[in-house]
Design a protein around this ligand. Structure first.
Ligand code: 13P
Length: 325
C-alpha cells in the first residue's frame, strides 16, 4: 500500500482519491479552498461530487508540504490555468522516488505546452492518465477504463497496479504525446457537441461532428508526434464519444448553454468547475496555424468562443467549405 498525494480537489481529483483509497492506499488531497477541504474531511465533496460518500482513508489538507510529506505517488489534477504555478512550488517538497502522474486534460495557457511538458521542466520520469472518464460515473463504481502512459513502461505499469480494480480497468502505453492530446483536444469537439444537442440538430449532425472532429484531432496529434493507434483508442476516440454524449460534461454544458443564447462569460461564471475546452480551443487553434494543420471545426469554435461569431454562421461556413479542401 502506498501513501498518495493528490493536488486538486475537483470532481476528478476526488474520484481518483476514492479509487486509490478503495484499493487500500492512504490519500491526502490538497485543496486550495478551505471549505472544500472541510467537506472532504467530513466525507463528502458536496460542491463537486454531491451524494458520494468518501472512504475514511482520504483526508484533505490546504498545506502543500503536509500533503506531500512521505508521498510515494503524486497525482496532479488541478485546472490547467493553475498547473504551472503549483508545479513551481513542488521542487523541494516532492520526496525522492515519488511516482509522478499528471491527470489534467488541458494545455499551458502561456506556452501551449502539454501538462507533462510543464512538469518535465522540473521533474523526470513522468506518467499521464487519461481516458473516457466522467468522474461521477466512476465515483458510482460504474465500469470504466483509462490509460496510463509513460516513456518508461515500468513506471506506467507500477502506477497501473495502484489504480486498477474491478470497476476501473487501466491500460498502459508509452505514447505520452498521443495520450495527452487525445484527452485535451476532444474537449473542443465536446463544446461543439453541446451546441449540436442544444440546437437539436439531430444525430446525423452529431455523427458528422464526431467523425470529422476525430479526423482533425488525429491530424494535429500525429503532426505533433503522437501515434495514430493512441488517438483512435480510449484516450482519443473513447474520450471523444463519452464527452460528446454526456450531459454531465462541463464542456458539453458550455456548448448547450451557448446554443440557448447565453454569453460565454456568464456561462463560465456560473459553471462550478473549469471547462478546459475553452482555453484549449484558443491554444489548439494557434498550434493548427503554426503547423499548417487544417482544423475547420476548431477554427469555427475559435470564432464562436473568441470572436462572437454567431453559431448559425459557423455551421454555414462548415457546410459550404470548398469541396476540394
Ligand atoms: P468535462 O467536460 O466535464 O471536463 O469531462 C471531460 C472528460 O474528460 C471526460 O473524460
Amino acid at each position: 500500500m502506498v501513501k498518495a498525494a493528490i493536488l486538486g480537489c475537483g470532481a476528478w481529483g476526488t474520484t481518483l482519491a476514492k479509487i486509490l483509497a478503495e484499493n487500500g492506499h492512504a490519500v491526502t488531497i490538497w485543496c486550495h479552498n478551505t471549505a472544500i477541504a472541510a467537506q472532504i474531511n467530513a466525507r463528502e465533496n458536496k460542491e463537486l461530487l454531491p451524494g458520494i460518500i468518501l472512504p475514511d482513508k482520504i483526508q484533505a489538507s490546504t498545506a502543500l508540504a503536509e500533503t506531500l510529506q512521505g508521498a510515494e505517488l503524486l497525482v496532479i489534477v488541478t485546472a490547467s490555468q493553475y498547473y504551472r504555478q503549483i508545479v513551481r512550488q513542488l521542487k523541494d517538497l516532492v520526496p525522492p522516488d515519488c511516482l509522478l502522474l499528471s491527470a489534467t486534460k488541458g494545455l499551458d495557457e502561456t506556452t501551449g505546452k502539454r501538462m507533462s511538458e510543464v512538469l518535465a521542466e522540473y521533474f523526470t520520469n513522468i506518467a499521464v492518465l487519461s481516458g473516457p472518464n466522467i468522474s461521477r460515473e466512476i465515483a458510482e463504481q460504474k465500469p470504466a477504463t483509462a490509460v496510463i502512459a509513460a516513456e518508461n513502461m515500468e513506471t506506467a505499469q507500477t502506477i497501473q497496479k495502484l489504480f486498477n480494480n474491478s470497476y476501473f480497468r487501466v491500460y498502459t502505453n508509452n505514447d505520452v504525446i498521443g495520450t495527452e492530446y487525445g484527452g485535451t483536444l476532444k474537449n473542443i469537439i465536446a463544446i461543439a457537441a453541446g451546441i449540436v444537442d442544444g440546437l437539436q440538430l439531430g444525430n446525423n449532425t452529431k455523427a458528422a461532428l464526431l467523425v470529422r472532429g476525430m479526423v482533425e484531432i488525429a491530424k494535429l496529434t500525429i503532426t505533433l508526434g503522437g501515434k495514430s493507434e493512441t488517438i483512435f483508442g480510449l484516450t482519443g476516440m473513447g474520450d471523444l464519444i463519452t464527452t460528446c454524449s454526456s450531459t454531465l460534461s462541463r464542456n458539453h454544458t458550455v456548448g448547450e448553454r451557448l446554443a440557448q443564447g447565453q454569453k460565454l462569460a456568464e456561462i463560465l461564471q456560473n459553471l462550478k468547475a473549469v471547462a478546459e475546452g475553452v482555453p484549449t480551443t484558443k491554444l489548439a487553434y494557434a498550434l493548427a496555424q503554426k503547423t499548417g494543420t487544417p482544423m475547420p471545426l476548431t477554427e469555427q469554435m475559435y470564432g464562436i468562443l473568441y470572436e462572437n461569431k454567431p453559431i448559425r454562421e459557423a455551421v454555414a461556413a462548415l457546410m459550404s467549405r470548398d469541396l476540394k479542401a
